[in-house]
Design a protein around this ligand. Structure first.
Ligand code: SF4
Length: 404
């Protein structure tokens, strides 16, 4: 969109978004709006800005999470995109039954009751036909989840339908045929066990192509369905859709609440029992390949942004991400995964944080004025307690030199 088509609220001009005085004024408008909606929250924010070091990490996280919906609402009003933000939130809410049913019905009930051998012996086509009859239409993840969520509200009345749904969920999650039918989905899934000797899935064959088995070179082949051919320089990986990102954000257990968000701060060895309270923290653990599990080098607030994203607060999640990682367009699922290597899940699939991060970025960029919103939040971000807007210019000249 052309800048001259943008009409900002509060009498602000496009140029104000690129000018420190304009940003200070914008910040004042935000504080006024916040104070009108929640006076206590405004006071908490102002106290935190005055003494940011006085906050514990948990208090900072809680403040950011409380502020994020207010920031999202303010951005909606500023850019005149309240309806688009409500629609985006609605997309999140519409998918919510999938994650609720995945955790409480598919993973904690169906696959515990019906083991893999029994699931593989089930007649998938007959089960699918039975489910379709119960649903009154084709079995999609959403139609299944919505129906099961409703049936669970009255288990006695719906016991027969729930029994069919249990069998279908176990077959779809545990059998080869079921997994193939729901390939790429997020509902019929349980976390896989991590095997560091077999991290590349979809391997169909290994053969020695040069020399003998002991000394030769081995050719590993992937299932043809998982090959991606590079044509020219275009990217070959589109990343996950919204359901895929929410699948990760809901798999995350939001460890910042316990101060165990190792994706952000690194996974450390256990402290010695007799260690003094002020002793240096223990070293980072290493994975079986000897890689230090130091977490995100930027200490991005991963747990917090995934909680906000799971709750449908996309701009708030994005603003949380870029407090520490303003160049998020250059990170995400095609670049780095230090964070997911350090996830608390060390024996099962870690949360695919980079996918959730990339999708959150894309959802904001897809909004009207999405780029302008990203650009603005990289200069003015009230979730950044230490530097919500740029410092005054020092008029010093700085030369930045690098070889990258
Ligand atoms: S990504 Fe992993 S370590 Fe980080 S908060 Fe979620 S579950 Fe915890």
């Amino acid at each position: 969109m052309k800048a001259d088509a943008l009409t900002l609220a509060h009498g602000l001009s496009f140029g104000d978004l690129y000018d420190r005085d304009g940003l200070v004024r914008l910040d004042g408008l935000f504080l006024d709006a916040l104070g009108a909606a929640d006076g206590d929250l405004r006071r908490r924010l102002e106290a935190a800005r005055a003494e940011p070091d006085s906050l514990t990490r948990l208090a900072e996280s809680e403040l950011i999470i409380d502020l994020a919906p207010h920031l999202e609402g303010f951005i909606g009003g500023l850019f005149g995109i309240g309806a688009e933000l409500a629609a985006l939130r609605g997309e999140h809410e519409a998918l919510a039954p999938i994650f609720e049913v995945r955790r409480n019905f598919v993973q904690r009930r169906a696959v515990k009751k019906i083991k893999a051998d029994a699931a593989a012996a089930l007649d998938g086509d007959a089960l699918a036909a039975g489910m379709a009859a119960l649903l009154g239409g084709p079995v999609t993840e959403l139609s299944f989840a919505r129906a099961v969520a409703g049936w669970l509200a009255d288990e006695d009345t719906n016991s027969q339908a729930l029994a069919t749904a249990e069998s279908y969920a176990a077959w779809a999650t545990l059998s080869d045929a079921g997994r193939a039918r729901h390939d790429g989905g997020v509902l019929f899934k349980e976390p896989g066990k991590l095997d560091f000797d077999h991290l590349v899935h979809h391997m169909v064959s290994e053969e020695t192509i040069v020399g003998d088995a002991a000394n030769g070179a081995t050719c590993h082949r992937l299932d043809a369905n998982h090959l991606r051919r590079r044509e020219g320089f275009a990217l070959t990986d589109a990343g996950v859709d919204l359901a895929g990102a929410l699948g990760e954000a809901n798999y995350c257990i939001w460890c910042h609440k316990q101060g165990r968000d190792s994706c952000s701060t690194g996974l450390r060895e256990k402290a010695a029992k007799d260690a003094a309270a002020n002793a240096a923290p223990p070293p980072f653990r290493k994975n079986p390949f000897g890689i230090s599990l130091a977490g995100c080098p930027l200490e991005e607030k991963i747990s917090e942004f995934q909680k906000l994203k799971a709750e449908g607060c996309s701009v708030g999640a994005f603003a949380t991400m870029i407090i520490d990682n303003p160049m998020v367009a250059g990170t995400g699922h095609r670049i780095c995964n230090d964070c997911m290597k350090s996830c608390v899940y060390q024996k099962q699939d870690p949360v695919d944080i980079p996918q959730a991060e990339t999708r959150t970025l894309k959802d904001v960029l897809a909004l009207p004025w999405g780029f302008e919103i990203y650009s603005l939040l990289s200069r003015w971000n009230p979730l950044n307690l230490t530097r919500p807007y740029p410092e005054s210019a020092t008029n010093k000249k700085v030369l930045v030199v690098g070889m990258g």
